[in-house]
Write a protein that binds this ligand. Sequence first.
Ligand code: SF4
Ligand code: FES
Length: 381
Amino acid sequence: MNALSPVPPAPVPAIEPPLALLAELTHRCPLQCPYCANPLEMERAASELDTAAWLRVLDEAAALGVLQVHFSGGEPTARKDLLELVRRAAAGGLYSNLITSGVTLDPAALAALADAGLDHVQLSFQDADATQADRIGGYRRGHARKLEVSRQIRDAGLPLTANFVVHRQNLERLPEMLALGEEIGASRIEIAHVQYYGWALVNRAALMPSRAQLERANEAVAEARERLRGRITIDYVVPDYYAARPKACMGGWARRIINITPAGLALPCHAAETLPGFQWPSVRTASLGAIWQDDPGFNRYRGTSWMPEPCRSCDQREVDWGGCRCQALAMTGDAGATDPACALSPHHFMMADAVADADAVAEGPAPALVYRRIRTAALVR
Ligand code: SF4
Ligand code: FES
């Protein structure tokens, strides 16, 4: 190339489309789990996106190259238009998953959902013990309903994932939870430790397991994985507080998932509204594609160029993407800090302190749970 040749511009890395759309249809929910990750200020029904807006969002997602849609909440069956949304997702070629507490479902509703093209149901359980499950969920006879509904889901021909959120107050029954997942015919069992932001942070002292509890849980999962190999997939991630490296939260900021709140805000993760200084875009006024490509909030922590040390020069930076921004904010006050879950973070001692506190109180009675209440209605028809 001679001196007068134009210098070609540096290639701009292409932004891949999101793999999945997390459609939080509503914050309304009949249960009151004290570890709910929904924001402290929840949206009321009157401010939820209407059906036409959700249908447009689903069309835009399909056009953008999104492959999966997760209908979530709150309790997504509280939306009277759920069938219409499922139908539109199927028409656009989106694989659809319903994330539900199950207590509002029945055979007719499930048959209608299957007929509309629903591909999968993820049913949440609070425990394997009915009394404890109903206490944690704050819903009488909820566990018994879920057992019935799990059979009805299978009868409707829908594949089932059983989801168990685990913490100090139920972790001893993890072997029973794994057995329950097997008994109800789940093809996948997801064991999810509580993440401590949103309402869960209020209850951290009551929910955080001790190290000894966690070690027993790890053994139970290893044993079940061996026993169920080839039949049931078990998803399990050791909680951040006990890990030496953070998880790649959301698969990396604005890399894999786009989250839409009930009111229509687009977020890179379900807790992003806790981050100060961001003006999150709304799908009421911007397209999904424009938001994903151009929104400054989505680009703020995308990739690796925003990273401080030690992430900046770490060989794991494209594996965990620096961990979780919301956890970094909640613990250090700086969303741009290395996640304190990482042993290389200068703030890692905060995790160790929380673990030491949990170990110190592990033998005594757990502090009382703090519940919040929001009303819901409606059954899918
Ligand atoms: Fe991940 Fe950053 Fe820790 Fe490296 S320093 S392991 S990139 S969080
Ligand atoms: Fe927001 Fe992890 S929950 S980045």
